[in-house]
Design a binder for this molecule. Structure first.
Ligand SMILES: Cc1ncc(COP(=O)(O)O)c(C=O)c1O
Length: 412
């Protein structure tokens, strides 16, 4: 709690950890060298980037050469999908015309917009065949659907680890195992990518156990700075850079390295690794306290997505007879920050594609609120939040309840 403000939107972004900030600061000023320069200024930056890379490699259980620094998860996801496709096409063009195959990509209906829009655009441009896996009312996909969707020309599977809106966890390591088995019998291997942006802080990130070839993440979700992230690229994965320029990052991501940001990401991972177990337990207890209290004390509310297969920090609720946006603004006026969906899609008044995919009616999706907890959340803050939420709901339901009921009944 800062200046009486309560922040319950850690899935949107997190504050930079004090230790992380301290480690980064010299790399904005005296250690400003370009990590690609050969002189001592450059070497100092390159050393710092090297150490950050080692921290990440240790955390994800891979080698430093398998870490590609990017500007965040949006870029990592774009690089993963377009980079794999570009490498495939390069090779495909060399084949006789009758042997060329249009590649097939499998994703899910409820990915983050940077994966969904990338795939949708490629499909519209007729560059790929695309299959969306459905998600069920528990917010989890079914492996049987994935098995059925795999084709002879399947090139890539991109499935998020933890959904950013409802916090549900997908069976990534099970999919990894299945693909390892399927790939044994295939000449052209299927590449497996996961967007682990919301998972890194709480779930297993051992890339070998997960069985992934590509994994995206972002520093600002784990108390690091904004504008820096990473794509894990398993050695041997067929992928090409998507922006042209220098040969940085093993020729996979052109552009001067954001050395201060990378140092921040490296430190954020180190701090996270040290406290992950303890923090996960604490945050999970707070989440369960909040869910139990709200379901018991607030009327006409539902928890969206599975209760057990969900991130320790996510609570996504739908309240009947209220608009999520009004709820959010009233809470904000009461110094509480929450969200109606992902930060990237707020500002749009369309109901969340994630909640609709779960089978919610538009009015239920419109009345949703995402509360996401973090390492600075306290029980005291949650007690204040529950009290304010009850007051705001009472007020809004009195004012808008009847109007909304009439509006949605006319729409049917
Ligand atoms: C699951 C997921 N993927 C991707 C992103 C985009 O990350 P970035 O802000 O680093 O581009 C986010 C951020 O909200 C996210 O939650």
């Amino acid at each position: 709690m800062k200046n009486n403000k309560i922040y319950l939107d850690y899935a949107a972004t997190t504050p930079v950890d004090a230790e992380v900030l301290k480690t980064m600061l010299p790399y904005f000023s005296e250690e400003f060298g370009n990590a690609s320069s050969l002189h001592s200024f450059g070497r100092n930056s390159a050393d710092a980037v090297f150490n950050a890379r080692l921290n990440l490699a240790h955390f994800f259980k891979c080698t430093g050469e398998e870490i590609v620094f990017t500007s965040g998860a949006t870029e990592s996801n774009n690089l993963a999908i377009k980079g794999v496709l570009r490498a495939y096409n390069k090779n495909n063009k060399k084949l006789p015309a009758d042997e060329r195959k249009k590649p097939h990509i499998i994703t899910t209906v409820f990915e983050h917009s940077c994966v969904l829009k990338t795939c949708q655009k490629l499909e519209k441009e007729k560059k790929i065949d695309l299959t969306y896996l459905p998600v069920y009312s528990d917010g989890v996909i079914k492996i049987a659907d994935l098995e059925k969707a795999i084709r002879e020309n399947t090139l890539l599977i991109s499935i998020m680890y933890v959904n950013n809106e409802i916090g549900t966890v997908q069976p990534i390591s099970q999919i990894g195992k299945l693909l390892a088995h399927i790939n044994e019998q295939r000449e052209e291997k299927i590449i497996f990518h996961t967007d682990a942006t919301q998972a890194v802080a709480y779930f297993d990130t051992n890339v070998k156990r997960l069985g992934v070839d590509l994994l995206s993440m972002s520093a600002h979700k784990i108390y690091g700075p904004k504008g820096v992230g990473m794509l894990y690229v398993k050695k041997g994965t067929k992928i090409t850079q998507i922006q042209d320029g220098g040969a940085q990052e093993f020729a996979l991501r052109a552009g001067t390295l954001n050395s201060a940001g990378i140092v921040g990401l490296g430190k954020a991972i180190e701090v996270l690794e040290k406290n992950k177990k303890k923090e996960t337990k604490k945050i999970k207890e707070l989440r369960d306290y909040l869910i139990n209290k709200i379901l018991k004390e607030v009327s006409n509310v539902r928890l969206n997505g599975s209760r057990s297969k969900r991130s320790p920090n996510n609570i996504n609720l739908s309240f009947s007879d209220v608009e999520g946006e009004s709820l959010l603004l009233y809470l904000d006026a009461g110094n509480i920050a929450a969200s109606t969906g992902s930060a990237c899609s707020s500002g749009s008044l369309n109901p969340s594609h994630v909640l609709l995919a779960l089978g919610l009616k538009p009015e239920q999706a419109h009345g949703s609120l995402r509360i996401s907890l973090g390492k600075y959340t306290t029980k005291k803050e949650l007690i204040i939040f529950i009290a304010k939420l009850k007051k705001v709901l009472e007020k809004l339901r009195k004012v808008s309840g009847e109007i909304l009921k009439e509006y949605y009944s006319k729409k049917k």
